[in-house]
Design a protein around this ligand. Structure first.
Ligand code: ATP
Length: 614
């Protein structure tokens, strides 16, 4: 059998996705976090930015130019007043106006260029990070996903990366320009008039305490607003995904009332948060005006006594009005900056996780397998000291079918997880065609395996794409042939868009049975040597059920099959029935042999009046 069969670029087992339970998608509201190791994280971000060192240097020069030009404008204005009032010089005035215009134009160009370059650099760095994060997630062992909420992981790829990206866009420039402008302005002010500088500085503590008073209040309301928003979003998601239940239990009125209550709470918190935060610019403006008035008054007085010129007062007034801006920018930027660093930390946390254990040094890809399987003294525990399966021993010749039966939690799925190498046994060995599966690369082992699960995995795309997932290079004809063999062709043809019908991840729009048929078609197309089948327990209408059974028998023919069996019919026809209880094999053999034994299996069959067992 060819190695291409069922292989896919993600290394996901052929025909369908992992047979592991999936956790909920709702990430829930996430509070803004403070970084744990700011310096360490900044250095890690720098590792991505350092590829663009040259361009970052140019940006810094541009920031320096724009900051100096920003300071030069008010200075030239003051100079013009002192120089030309009282001693008109038209030529000089025109020259100065042209110079001023040039200063403002070059200032704007420098700002524009630094923004564009920074956006490019940050987008490239973040795109690289996002790519690495995605690759890294795909290298994680299955246990990593079992322990985490999918929504939470998705939020790292989207929200956190977004935060890092937008902060990189603006923070680097903003922080450096704020610091430069502040230092430059302070220097100029001290040079022009230390007394007026002192008066201007007096306003700073007032601003600081005013801001602190407001942010203390807004912080509380913003947090509440976030929490209420998260709560409301979760509620909306829950009621939409549980629409059928809401309708079936006539809960529409109740959920609407609950929604209104949550929405009211959000409105209340939102109102206060917006009101307080809207107050910040007003307060700043007021304090700025007060400071301007004090400077004008004190400066005027000093001018009367000849201590300074009118031009200096104008320059000073302009600087004083702008003086708080870099402080303000720094304060605002700092919060966003902190939350972006915290986001980056969450991203690096995954990038630094141990990926799925590498294939052993001597592991080789396997190109063809017959499908003989042997478990030899296999023991395994998910959690230390809680043995899940112990001393499993069974043998399955190529082309045979094994039925795993046993009570819930007995370890049936674990047997399969070990064969797929989602986990490796703690003790003992599993052989495929006589080769220890640890000596086979994971990708190549999984490319020979197909999975048909109780709740088939469908993704957003057409029915054709969903079937083709089994073998990406299959032609349209091959896809349709597989659907035909899976008894899916007739229902697909009846759909108005046929094979081009779009499915979503939930597979809404088609029935549970039809989903199964699609996943069987996918497995037929993948043509694996070893088939893992988890029989559905949910009842499906008799006609579809028969179609599924027929398609499954067709699929199983000529392969080695391991079936987590729920139907007596399947069990009866299996070559080897493996009875698992509390992680141990208590009985094994064929139907007749086990019935003769009159043990657990016998009791199980006897106790079932219906066809479906366990
Ligand atoms: P069912 O018929 O209900 O699917 P099963 O026979 O397939 O059950 P397993 O899913 O193999 O049983 O689980 C065997 C035991 O291992 C159970 O006690 C289960 O709680 C535990 N278990 C399964 N997966 C994990 C995991 N990822 N981490 C920790 N324990 C687990």
């Amino acid at each position: 059998m060819s190695n291409e069969r069922g292989s896919n670029p993600n290394g996901i087992p052929s025909s369908t996705a992992s047979p592991l339970p999936r956790k909920g998608h709702g990430a829930g509201p996430r509070q803004k976090q403070k970084p744990k190791d700011m310096l360490g994280t900044l250095l890690k971000i720098w590792a991505y930015l350092s590829n663009y060192r040259g361009r970052l240097g140019l940006i810094l020069i541009l920031v320096l130019i724009s900051s100096v030009l920003g300071l030069l404008g008010p200075f030239l204005l003051g100079y013009a007043i002192d120089r030309f009032i009282g001693a008109p010089d038209h030529g000089g005035l025109v020259q100065l106006i042209v110079l001023l215009a040039c200063v403002y134009v070059v200032h704007s160009i420098a700002l524009w260029l630094q923004n564009i370059w920074m956006i490019r650099i940050s987008q490239q760095a973040v795109s690289q990070m996002r790519k690495e994060l995605f690759q890294s997630l795909h290298r994680m062992p299955v246990s990593f996903f079992v322990k985490r909420q999918h929504g939470e992981l998705m939020s790292r790829l989207t929200n956190d990366m977004d935060n890092v990206s937008s902060t990189l866009n603006s923070s680097f420039i903003q922080l450096s320009s704020s610091v430069l402008t502040f230092v430059g302005m302070l220097g100029m002010m001290l040079w022009l008039s230390p007394t007026l500088t002192l008066i201007t500085l007096l306003i700073v503590p007032l601003m600081y305490f005013g801001m602190k008073w407001i942010t203390n209040r807004t912080g509380k309301y913003f947090k509440e607003q976030q929490r209420n928003l998260g709560d409301m979003n979760g509620f909306i998601e829950e009621t939409f995904s549980g629409q059928k239940m809401v309708k079936a239990f006539s809960q529409e009125r109740k959920v609407t009332a609950q929604f209104i209550e949550k929405s009211e709470r959000l409105r209340e918190a939102g109102c206060w948060a917006q009101m307080y935060s809207g107050f910040i610019p007003k307060l700043m403006n007021m304090l700025n005006n007060v400071s301007f008035a004090i400077i004008a008054g004190a400066g005027g007085l000093m001018a009367v006594y000849g201590m300074i010129t009118i031009g200096v007062i104008v320059t000073f007034g302009e600087y004083a009005r702008q003086f708080t801006r870099p402080l303000n920018d720094l304060a605002n930027q700092f919060n966003t900056f902190l939350s972006a660093i915290a986001g980056a930390e969450r991203v690096f946390e995954i990038l630094e996780q141990d990926p799925e254990a590498k294939d052993e040094g001597q592991a080789m890809p396997i190109h063809e397998i017959r499908g003989e399987i042997r478990y030899e003294d296999v023991s395994f525990a998910y959690e230390k000291d809680m043995q899940t399966v112990s001393e499993l021993n069974f043998h399955l010749a190529a082309g045979q079918t094994a039925a795993l039966v046993g009570p819930t939690g007995a370890g049936k799925s674990t047997v399969i997880h070990l064969l797929s190498r989602f986990y490796d046994p703690d003790e003992g060995t599993i052989y495929v065609d006589g080769v220890d599966i640890r000596q086979i690369t994971r990708d190549s082992l999984r490319s020979h395996m197909g999975f048909v699960l109780q709740d088939p995995f469908l993704f957003q795309g057409t029915i054709r794409d969903n079937i083709r997932y089994g073998r990406l290079e299959a032609t349209d004809e091959e896809v349709e042939q597989a659907a035909e063999l899976a008894n899916a062709h007739s229902f697909i043809s009846r759909l108005s868009c046929g094979y081009e019908t779009l499915l979503d991840a939930e597979g809404s729009g088609i029935s549970q049975g039809q989903k199964q048929l699609i996943s069987i078609a996918r497995a037929i197309l993948a043509d694996p040597s070893i088939l893992v089948l988890d029989e559905a327990t949910s009842s499906i209408d008799t006609v579809t059920e028969l179609k599924i059974q027929e398609a499954l028998y067709r699929l199983m023919r000529g392969r080695t099959n391991i079936v987590i069996a729920h139907r007596l019919n399947t069990v009866r026809q299996a070559d080897v029935i493996v009875v698992l209880e509390n992680g141990r094999i208590t009985e094994q053999g064929n139907h007749n042999g086990l019935m003769d034994k009159r043990g657990f299996y016998y009791g199980l069959v006897q106790s079932q009046f219906e066809e479906v067992i366990v």
